[in-house]
Design a protein around this ligand. Structure first.
Ligand code: GAP
Length: 440
């Protein structure tokens, strides 16, 4: 087996994702909707696995973090206080030649990336990214609500509730996973920049003087999380924002970037948000959001360190990074070398053929495994083709039921990366797979 040295291009990834049921264009039969994508049977499994892995390291395994799940719709004043109504905007231009609407800060050498025309842009104007809608039957200003553009604010406005209900002491964090919405001027690069996406955000509350140290700590932790789940360290880097590029709330911010086929792009931002949000919400709501430091006998407004990741961008990075092409006995083999914790299907049950004598035993094996692992069953085409199909979606183990199984009540476990095979008795199959699959 030799690995063919190449880097996959995005067209191949988009095609694989559609063909194998990871990701479909939203409303495809109506021509699609820009900036929206649907996760299919394999995509939803993988997305859930990413979220589970994040929740496990972020909430379950830590003694200083709790989770929550805030509503997407919030009081409109939240977004006034946070600064989003005023400042959450991108500069937008139109190309006079092809009418494409683009982000001004992404245009190089005054050339339209859509039609190639040079110097044809309108003056840049700021475009607010908040999605607006109305709560209740009357569509007037009083009914305006926003679809949240970040999950973060749900955690800030619940600071007091979480603090008192869970009796936390500084430093502690709140973690949340959920959908966010931004009316992006120019959604692009498949699921990289969309108008509806998911975020996994931590708001970590610390004493103000300890903020720089915790910022460093979270940068290291988050890089470790990505590499532990298989991303190549060489394709990951941290890039600090220049002071003039910082968001209005941040004292410092570094992005975790991944080397996608289209270049280095952000997976996650890790910001020191200072006490901006708690101060703003105190001011606008009239409710004091402070922490009483018993050791010092004083009230403090904690600083917040915020590691804010998407779900969709990491999912794309995990797929791109895992993609391999190999030559095996003169034939090309495509495989996703996904960490088993992220693989959508953990075990595929494959009868050697559709022979009627094999099918009842193969089904019995499938019934036995389903309560323990995410499985699939495939009996169409040759066994070699079926192994390839599972390799291509990253299934770590195939269990093959053959004619010997009917005699010896044993099956073959085939491992994805090495293609090594071992024979195990059916009585020990669940245990044998459990030993090989890390818990998630
Ligand atoms: N609360 C801070 C915040 O939202 P951000 O850098 O704007 O910070 C954090 O977003 C992460 O959310 C990004 O690193 C990215 O992974 C994801 N994200 C943001 N906008 C996105 C979009 N339009 N499409 C997909 N993911 C997006």
């Amino acid at each position: 087996m030799t690995e063919i040295e190449n880097r996959v291009n995005m067209d191949e990834i988009v095609s694989l994702c559609k063909r194998r049921g990871f990701i479909f264009q939203s409303s495809e039969i109506y021509g699609g909707l820009a900036g929206a994508w649907d996760y299919g049977p394999l995509g939803v499994e993988m997305k859930n696995n990413i979220k589970r892995a994040w929740w496990k390291t972020t909430v379950q395994e830590r003694d200083d973090m709790v989770g929550m799940d805030a509503a997407i719709l919030m009081h409109p004043q939240v977004w006034v206080a946070s600064g989003h109504v005023e400042t959450f905007a991108d500069p937008m231009v139109d190309c006079r030649n092809c009418q494409a609407r683009l982000r001004a800060d992404e245009i190089e050498e005054d050339r339209c990336p859509n039609c190639g025309a040079v110097g044809q842009f309108t003056e840049a104007r700021m475009f607010n990214l908040l999605f607006k809608t109305f709560a209740g039957p009357v569509e007037n200003e009083a009914g305006v609500v926003y679809l949240r553009p970040e999950t973060a604010q749900g955690m800030f406005v619940n600071f007091e509730n979480v603090l008192t209900s869970s009796r936390r002491k500084l430093p502690f964090g709140i973690a949340q996973i959920g959908k966010s919405f931004r009316n992006e001027v120019n959604p692009r690069h498949f699921i990289f920049r969309t108008r509806e996406f998911e975020q996994m955000e931590i708001e970590f509350f610390v004493r103000p003087e300890e903020a720089p140290r915790w910022h460093e700590y979270w940068m290291e932790e988050r890089i470790r999380w990505y590499t532990d789940l298989g991303l190549r360290p060489d394709y990951l880097r941290l890039t600090a924002h220049a002071p003039e590029d910082l968001a209005h709330y941040a004292a410092a911010c570094s992005d975790v970037e991944y080397l996608f086929p289209m270049g280095w792009l952000e997976l996650e931002g890790i910001a020191n948000r200072r006490d901006f949000d708690l101060q703003q919400h105190s001011k606008h709501s009239g409710v004091t959001l402070t922490y009483f430091d018993e050791e010092r006998g004083e009230h403090v407004v904690p600083f917040i360190i915020e590691p804010s990741a998407g779900v969709d961008r990491p999912l794309l990075a995990f797929i791109v990074d895992a993609y391999r092409e190999e030559e095996v006995r003169g034939e090309k083999r495509v495989l996703l070398k996904l960490d088993p914790r992220l693989a959508p299907i953990k075990v595929a049950v494959l009868p050697l053929s559709r022979n009627e004598k094999l099918v009842p035993t193969a089904r019995e094996v499938w019934d036995m495994l389903r309560p323990h692992f995410m499985t699939s069953y495939d009996d169409a085409q040759s066994i070699g083709r079926r192994y390839r199909r599972q390799d291509e979606v990253g299934t770590p183990f195939c269990v093959t039921v053959d004619f010997d199984t009917l005699e010896d009540r044993a099956v073959t476990i085939r491992e994805r990366d090495s293609m090594d095979q071992v024979r195990v008795p059916l009585t020990g199959l669940v245990e044998a797979l459990r030993e090989r699959l890390p818990p998630c």
